[in-house]
Write a protein that binds this ligand. Structure first.
Ligand SMILES: [Zn+2]
Length: 503
């Protein structure tokens, strides 16, 4: 009798797990259901991810915030235990569709979310806790437009952080301090200038790495020399053509670079916190956004998959590099670049292209290739900054960024008042931006009332972000944004006081 009960229970368990497997295999993404004739819509995505959630104990769906128009921003958290609780595991964050009109990123993220639940992929989660945010910008996605419900480009908002979708993403990052992130996009190769040249870029996938010089070389070199060859060859083996993300050009008209070094995007805002952060750019369809969507979604999913595979096989070295760098960054980096330029390093770049003339794939040799980022203005690393409590916009920014606020306890402080003598304009990646000429003047502690200020130290994970953001001469700083342009007035005293410590 006992034996019969045991067999019955066993059969029920087997049947139940088979049912789960079958059910999961049959869960199609909304785009798949339409045979990729339509992109996945928000309401159907909600159903899809909850169906996935119900099919597996590996997955938990969480609402991490809300869009401007009130839609949920979801994170799909994959873990064999409680997410983030096993400290030996590496934490990976994949986020897609900050730009609402770049649909294949979202579709690829949804596809891979389902695929990762298959038993053969279980091994990845022996070493990884993974969060996928398939749709950072659901409002833009519904209308197939780049920006969010406030008409803001989310991928230029990671420094001033005015938008709820960006805040939600960073709140998630701050909670788990992911060691690896990937920001998934699409690129548009169909400009008139390229057409005149007779070519367009045509890689299925472009991969970009960290480029800001304050992101340690050990991260940047590892991405380029270790991750990239693996990812490139694995993608190639699956028939996914690929190259390194390299905006600019067309060659002979303008230089080509390893993407921006600005820290206001989804890649470098995490990178500057010593994270192995990547950007993946899928090829956008030429004639309307659903063209060839099935292929494009698949290519994106493969890029995500191979990154996960690489990280799960090398999690110890990546994790220990990040931990060491995050612990020691304020001790090792003493020179802080505030302005930089893209420079050549003598190498040429072979850019895979499609020739309009021959209708065939080809390669363009880029002679004016500038992969190096060279500082042109630097300062010695400050200990921190005093922010006037009366400037509510600045205080608000400190809170949004999540900077740690500490009592002002610098033993022998040097207080520097920053006087803006004049405003010039400089070229920043072909944009003309305002740049302050600053004179530093030491002031006495007794000349201010310390209670009127909030102190933010640079000895924190976001210390580099803080310096780059707040220094008035920084070409990437908040004062270059319209919301904070009041900070940059000629012949005026900058309201933030720079603090150094007497050695
Ligand atoms: Zn984009």
């Amino acid at each position: 009798m006992k034996k019969n009960i045991f067999i019955s229970i066993l059969l029920i368990v087997i049947f139940a797990s088979c049912k789960t497997l079958i059910a999961r295999d049959m869960i199609l993404t909304p785009a798949e259901k339409s045979s990729f004739r339509e992109v996945s819509k928000y309401a159907d995505i909600v159903t899809f991810i909850h169906d996935l959630d119900n099919s597996s104990s590996l997955l938990t769906v969480e609402t991490i915030g809300h869009s401007v128009e009130g839609r949920n921003v979801y994170a799909l958290k994959f873990s064999t235990t409680t997410f983030g609780s096993d400290k030996s595991k590496i934490r990976v964050l994949i986020h897609a569709q900050q730009h609402g009109n770049e649909q294949s990123g979202k579709e690829g993220a949804l596809l891979i979310a389902r695929e990762l639940l298959k038993p053969e992929n279980r091994v990845i989660f022996d070493h990884i806790d993974l969060a996928i945010v398939p749709q950072v910008n659901p409002d833009g996605s519904e209308k197939n437009i780049r920006r969010n419900g406030n008409n803001v480009d989310l991928n230029r908002n990671h420094l001033i952080m005015t938008e709820p979708e960006v805040l939600a993403l960073h709140k998630l990052f701050d909670k788990y301090l992911f060691e690896v992130t990937m920001d998934v996009h699409e690129y548009f190769p169909y400009s008139k200038e390229w057409e005149r040249l007779g070519y367009r870029k045509n890689s299925d996938i472009l991969l970009g790495f960290n480029t800001h010089p304050l992101i340690p070389e050990s991260i940047r070199e590892y991405q380029l020399k270790k991750c990239w060859p693996y990812l490139s060859s694995q993608l190639e083996s699956k028939g996914v053509s690929n190259s390194i993300y390299s905006p600019g050009g067309p060659p002979e008209i303008d230089y080509v670079r390893f993407s921006t070094f600005d820290i206001n995007d989804g890649r470098q805002s995490f990178g500057i916190q010593n994270t192995f952060s990547f950007i993946q750019e899928g090829l956008n369809g030429e004639d309307g956004y659903v063209e060839n969507l099935a292929h494009r979604a698949y290519f994106q999913s493969q890029g995500i998959y191979f990154l996960l595979k690489y990280v799960s096989e090398h999690y110890i070295e990546i994790k220990s590099t990040v931990e060491t760098l995050r612990r020691t960054q304020s001790l090792t980096e003493s020179i802080i670049p505030l302005r930089m330029e893209h420079m050549p390093d003598g190498s040429k770049f072979n850019m895979p292209v499609y020739s309009y003339k021959t209708g065939k794939d080809s390669t363009l040799v880029v002679n004016d290739f500038r992969p190096k980022v060279v500082p042109t203005l630097t300062i010695q690393r400050p200990s921190g900054y005093l922010f006037p409590k009366s400037d509510l916009k600045l205080i608000d920014w400190i809170i949004r960024q999540g900077y740690e606020i500490t009592p002002f306890s610098v033993k022998n402080p040097i207080m520097e008042e920053l006087y803006i003598k004049s405003i010039d304009s400089i070229d920043f990646e072909r944009d003309i931006i305002a740049a302050a000429n600053v004179e530093e003047k030491e002031i006495q502690k007794s000349s201010i009332n310390i209670d009127d200020y909030i102190y933010v130290s640079t000895k924190q994970l976001k210390g580099h972000l803080l310096i780059i953001g707040v220094e008035p001469q920084s070409e990437l700083g908040i004062a270059t944004y319209p919301q904070f342009s009041y900070l940059m007035k000629a012949e005026s005293i900058y309201p933030v006081i720079r603090i150094r410590e007497k050695q």
